[in-house]
Structures are given as structure tokens and as C-alpha cells.
Design a protein around this ligand. Structure first.
Ligand code: SAM
Length: 251
């Protein structure tokens, strides 16, 4: 949370418009160094189901796009978390811009660490970094300021899956992404099955790579992941999935 006397970290942000399901959102972003909402952000907004009064955690909020979208739904409160201080600052600035700052609080830190004790969520949006470090950096999707999903793309998502049961209401839902080919999807799904009784596939799309992007990816992915990048039509493509997880298993 930013106090009045805290210094402003981001001076050069630009306003961009992002279309998400039923909203067209103007948001402050900093494309050179911070994460910019993309097609995956749009897909999350398509499938995340928020009921009246729901408490939402947006873990891996970036500049706040899905937290703000959630606050514009009939949710009661939205808690947004990101380890990058500049992301949190822009998320708060964007919340003010959309007049949802009374309902949305941004916290800097990792996963559930910075959230107040005793809170539980009806909906957890877990759009955390899930791309392996090599392709994430080489493709320019992640600047040096933004943490990736680690060596095999699984580090943040598997920790999220293992810890989520302590933060979900009994009938709560967790949404998480899997980037097949750009992360070790088997490892993520093993963790998901170990942690939840019900996993529903909500999004299954192929994202084409340009020839240049595929060349970059081929150089930095281990062969066992690269073989999961497939030819779709005339292009190589990676498979983006979003799951809804419910009925967490007790640890
Ligand atoms: C794929 S981006 C998505 C950002 C945002 N949801 C959007 O749609 O633009 C992943 C985000 O996860 C954040 N992240 C990385 N490690 C994290 C962690 N340990 N806890 C919370 N968020 C994390 C990154 O800083 C980044 O903002």
C-alpha cells in the first residue's frame, strides 16, 4: 500500500486501452520495463466467475488489469499482490483512475505473504509468472525487473497451488495458467492434482510464434519442452491453458 509521502517510482507511464470481456479499460503501463496486459489477461477475464459479494485475490496483478476488472464486477473487495513495487504503484494509480480504489488494495510481496492474516478469498486469480526464464527473457516478454517462472516456468505456480488451500473459502475457486511448451506443464499439473480434487479446463488456445520467435525459443528451451511446441497450420505455436481449481485437498 502506498502512503501519501512515499516516493513515486514510475514517472513515465503511458495510458493504453485494453479490451477485456465487457470493459474497455484505460490503464497506465510502462512497456519498456513492466509487464503489459496481453491476450492471456483477456482470456482470464473471459472465464473468471465472480458472484455478488465475492472477495477476490489477484495474485500476480502486474499493473492491476484483472484486479480492476474484478473490482468493476459485483465483488465486495479485491486484494492485488505483486512482488514488483512499480507494478503495485501503477495498480493503485489505475484503481484511482477507474474509481475503484475504495474496493481494491495493492500489496507488494510474494504470493499470499503480504496479505493480512485471516482473510480468505472466494476467487483467486493466479495469473502469476509461468514462463521459463530462458524464453521469457529472450522473447522480451519479461524485462529484467519482472520475475519469470524460474528455470522451467513452474516455480511460482507450483508454490501458489501448494499454498492456496489456506487462503480459499470452502467453495472458493482458483484460476491458474499453464504455458505448454514454455514451462514444464507436467510438473504444474502434478502439483495441481496433488492440491485440488477438481480441475476444470476453461481455456485451451494455441498462440502462434513468428519464425524469429521460434528460433529464439529453440535456442533456449530444453528438448523435452521444445517438443511440446507444435506446428499449427503454417506456424509453430505454444498451447495456453487456464484451469479452474476447486475443492482443495487439506495438506
Ligand atoms: C504474466 S504476468 C501477469 C500480470 C497481470 N495479471 C496481467 O494480466 O497483466 C505475471 C505477474 O506475476 C508476478 N509475479 C511473479 N512472481 C510472483 C510472486 N512470487 N508472487 C506474486 N506475483 C508474482 C509478476 O511480477 C507479473 O506481474
Amino acid at each position: 500500500m502506498l502512503g501519501h509521502d512515499e516516493k513515486v517510482l514510475v514517472n513515465e507511464a503511458v495510458l493504453r486501452t485494453f479490451k477485456l470481456k465487457d470493459h474497455s479499460l484505460d490503464l497506465y503501463v510502462l512497456p519498456e520495463s513492466l509487464f503489459v496486459p496481453n491476450a492471456v489477461s483477456r482470456l482470464f477475464a473471459k472465464v473468471v466467475d465472480i458472484a455478488p459479494g465475492d472477495v477476490v485475490f489477484d495474485i500476480g496483478t502486474g499493473t492491476g488489469v484483472l484486479a480492476i476488472w474484478s473490482a468493476l464486477q459485483p465483488s465486495s473487495q479485491v486484494y492485488a499482490v505483486d512482488p514488483v513495487a512499480e507494478h503495485c504503484e501503477l495498480a493503485e494509480r489505475n484503481a484511482k483512475l477507474h474509481e475503484v480504489d475504495g474496493k481494491l488494495i495493492a500489496f507488494q510481496g510474494s504470493l499470499f505473504d503480504p496479505l493480512p492474516e485471516g482473510l480468505s478469498a472466494d476467487v483467486i486469480i493466479g495469473d502469476v509468472s509461468g514462463i521459463a526464464d530462458g524464453p521469457g527473457r529472450a522473447l522480451g516478454w519479461y524485462s529484467s525487473e519482472v520475475p519469470t517462472g524460474g528455470g522451467d516456468g513452474t516455480e511460482v505456480i507450483t508454490e501458489l497451488l501448494h499454498r492456496a488451500h489456506r487462503h480459499l473459502a470452502p467453495k472458493g475457486k482458483l484460476y491458474f495458467p499453464v504455458a505448454v511448451g514454455l514451462s514444464d506443464d507436467d510438473k504444474i499439473m502434478r502439483a495441481a492434482r496433488a492440491c485440488f480434487d477438481s480441475l476444470l479446463l476453461k481455456v485451451d488456445v494455441w498462440f502462434p510464434l513468428s519464425d524469429e520467435e521460434y528460433e529464439i525459443v529453440s535456442c533456449c528451451l530444453p528438448p523435452e519442452l521444445l517438443q511440446r511446441v507444435k506446428k499449427k497450420g503454417s506456424r509453430m505455436a505454444w498451447n495456453g491453458l487456464i484451469y479452474e481449481a476447486t475443492r482443495p485437498k487439506k495438506a
